[in-house]
Design a protein around this ligand. Sequence first.
Ligand code: SF4
Length: 319
Amino acid sequence: MKDPFLSTSYSPVYTEVDDDPREVEYIEIKVKSALHHTRLPYSPKPFFYSLNLYRGCRHGCPFCFARYTHWFLGFQNSFDFQRKIQVKVNLLEKLEEELSNPRRKREWVTLGAATDPYQPAEKKYGLARGAFQLLAKYRWPAVFSTKSDLVLRDLDVLKELVDRANGGVAMTLTTLDPALQKFLEPHAVPIHRRLEALRQLKAHGIPCGIHLMPIIPFVTDTEEAIEGMVRAAVEIGVDYFVYNVLRLRGEVVKGYYYHVLQKFNRTTFEQTRKLYGSRPYPPETYTEALFKKVKFFREKWGYQNRWRAIFSDKQLELF
Ligand code: SF4
């Protein structure tokens, strides 16, 4: 079957990366609905509702799989994904209508699948805080991932959500090396602040995890990098540790990543292009060896996931 993301007529427009935060433009939009059914490949449950507060993401990770969504919205310049952020200004109103609808079955809600709920726009618009207040009010459990410690602003609301329904917060980390971070997640919060945020979440009794996502071939797939991440998970005592390899699905995503990677390191670019070929994933032999490496270090440091114990359906069965 033809990959739908490859069927877009694709002629990329690139300009230089602009680090100036004043370049960000917020475009306020109205939406017809808030929750969408989705399937998460790594979750213990097949179906979740997904909730995205913004479209586009200022963190600007060059490998972000959600980059194609901006292309479909009509933004032709590849940097617009991180520069022109759409803000769903009526989202909380729609969300409350949906959560309070007795015909709607209560299920887990996931945020952060296509845009970071705690990206800089959240300081101005507060949609994440409002969404978690509503989820707590109507007792809908939620999980999400972020690359920002702005989440600590909402500890009170998150605690309420965990107590009334259930919930979990993952910090997504791709590297512990600040020099590499400039390339991999140019506008995200520094790594040490994200690790400290995990410690704070843990100290406040909020289930938390590390998403080592994605592991990037020839960049973050070394033994040293993976062992460092497992050790961080053990030292902080996070409740879950989820990982996956870089996916480069469709020309919008792959084209942008290659564009940035070439400037970062020409050799790595050539190696990556050879590894992926025309596929969205590296060959199975590469992925199997990579996952074995992660498993080896998890066993070496005695890391145990508590994912299933935390995200049981106990709360949902009460209703
Ligand atoms: S933080 Fe997540 S959503 Fe935002 S650009 Fe990076 S990968 Fe994409």
